[in-house]
Design a protein around this ligand. Structure first.
Ligand SMILES: Nc1ncnc2c1ncn2[C@@H]1O[C@H](COP(=O)(O)OP(=O)(O)OP(=O)(O)O)[C@@H](O)[C@H]1O
Length: 257
């Protein structure tokens, strides 16, 4: 159970500021979806939350500044799956996902049965058990993507930052992944921030959406308030219609001229 607060967060690269003045609060067990056009600063915002890029302002987990935490405590506080991961050479799927358990290991550094159970459970729920002993280099794109997410989920951090987690996944595996994240939220109170290009999935899973445009918050609120034809037309320069699933959630459909 962890709360996440962003206070006037600005971030960028060298002298260029890419996101500015971002303030947001995510309650324990909440799910914030960060959306916005290409280059609007979504990935940079997530990296700033982890202290991976130059930034100003504060990021607080349970009221404690993330930058002040020791690496092991930080890894227990925040888990992260990047959009473009660098995978180590030579590891099997199980070895790689076990790396997610590092912040929980005893001083001797040996994984215990609870760690192996957590890894086995995540592999099974992401349809990866059959690849458990396969080298990472032999996986398909979607299998690699799910393996990277499995490592982040096995970390069982209080706050989970997922950058474009469904990119490259077919619709069934995308749903299985988001369902699993949602279950972690319900079972463990995990607090979730995801960037998502699929606005329909964003509206179905996130409780609140934060729409970035040119590095600033252009809209923020429940999906029904952010995913409107006028907001999406203006911010994405897109022609879209908002349809509804049988349960009433919005489906963002492109409309051909
Ligand atoms: N390492 C970097 N050095 C310099 N500029 C960068 C770097 N990474 C990203 N940028 C720039 O910062 C801006 C925001 O990039 P970012 O990746 O955060 O956008 P995004 O909203 O995640 O985009 P996308 O939807 O295309 O993934 C872009 O203009 C990008 O070119």
């Amino acid at each position: 159970m962890s709360t996440l607060e962003l206070e006037e967060l600005s971030a960028g690269y060298r002298r260029r500021t890419v996101v500015s003045g971002i303030s947001a609060q995510v309650a324990s067990g909440g799910w914030l979806g960060v959306i916005g056009p290409n280059g609007s600063g979504k990935s940079t915002l997530l990296k700033a939350m982890l202290g991976l890029v130059r930034h100003e302002g504060r990021v607080l987990v349970d009221g404690r500044a993330v930058t002040g935490l020791r690496p092991r405590d930080r890894a227990r506080a925040i888990g992260y799956a990047p959009q473009i991961p660098q995978l180590p050479v030579g590891l099997t799927v199980t070895d790689y996902v076990l790396l997610g358990r590092t912040p929980h290991l005893s001083p001797l550094g040996r994984e215990g049965s609870a760690d192996l159970d957590t890894v086995g459970d995540v592999l099974q729920r992401l349809d990866l058990s059959k690849f458990a002993n396969r080298p990472l280099s032999t996986l398909s794109g979607g299998e690699r993507q799910r393996t990277v997410l499995a490592r982040a989920l096995a970390q069982r951090a209080g706050v989970l930052l997922l950058d474009e987690p469904t990119t490259g996944l077919d619709v069934g595996h995308a749903q299985a992944l988001l369902d699993l994240v949602d279950e972690l939220r319900a079972e463990l109170g995990t607090t979730v921030v995801t960037t998502l290009h699929d606005l329909t999935l964003a509206g179905q899973y996130a409780e609140r959406l934060l729409l970035l445009d040119q590095g600033r918050v252009a809209a923020e609120g429940p999906p029904d308030e952010v995913l409107t034809t006028s907001v999406l037309t203006e911010r994405y320069t897109a022609r879209v219609a908002i349809l509804r699933t049988p349960d009433g959630s919005p489906v963002i459909a492109p409309v051909r001229d």
